[in-house]
Design a protein around this ligand. Structure first.
Ligand code: URA
Length: 198
């Protein structure tokens, strides 16, 4: 295990030791920490695991995950190059929305994950993860717009996108999400150029 993987394992262990969201932990099968490249430049952050994710312990592998995969492919981004996680790491019963206190409880562990992975870009999927990075913003007003923030020790660019599950069942949202998604490679290139200049 490399150093980053060891640090990420420690975060998982701490969530269990600190008994985070014990009610969710009781009904969930797995703690779904995240999956992908620990050296990723882009991290995608969803809401919470669903049924398939809970059963297999991996994020975004059900219908919303398949849609995410197809958008990644169209944008020319390999899933194996990015890291994918959620703000809440246990499945809420019957896929209900995560409660504010559940998001709050998991937030410090998400910040630690980002500190370890140290991506350049965080793509939030849906308002549940967006509202922690861009408090007070409305997703309908800011979707697709790269926004620099400071988080802990790091500078990050947040790109808020609609949630693939919401877009799956809403044709106009789906078109907006597809359009925003296809702009990600350009955003990555522009940021890389800006970094070179510094
Ligand atoms: N929806 C999410 O927000 N996360 C998952 O992992 C799966 C579906």
């Amino acid at each position: 295990m490399n150093n980053k993987q060891t640090l990420l394992e420690q975060i998982r262990a701490d969530i269990i030791t600190n008994n985070i969201c014990p009610d969710l932990a009781k009904t969930a099968t797995n703690l779904v920490m995240g999956d992908g490249n620990v050296d990723a430049e882009i991290v995608f952050i969803g809401e919470a695991p669903g049924k398939n994710e809970d059963e297999q312990g991996l994020p975004f592998i059900g219908a919303a995950g398949k849609f995410l995969d197809s958008m990644l492919e169209r944008a020319g981004i390999a899933r194996s190059d990015v890291y994918i996680t959620n703000i809440v790491k246990y499945r809420p019963p019957n896929n209900r929305d995560p409660l504010p206190e559940e998001k709050q409880a998991f937030w410090p562990y998400l910040v630690r994950q980002l500190d370890v992975i140290a991506p350049k870009i965080v793509v939030t999927l849906g308002r549940h993860s967006m509202e922690y990075f861009l408090p007070g913003h409305k997703i309908s007003a800011v979707h697709g717009q790269p926004t620099p923030i400071s988080l802990g020790q790091s500078r990050l660019v947040i790109v808020p996108l609609y949630h693939p599950a919401a877009a799956l069942y809403n044709g106009s949202l789906r078109a907006v999400l597809n359009e925003d998604f296809i702009k990600l490679p350009t955003i990555i290139k522009i940021l890389a150029k800006e970094e070179e200049k510094q």
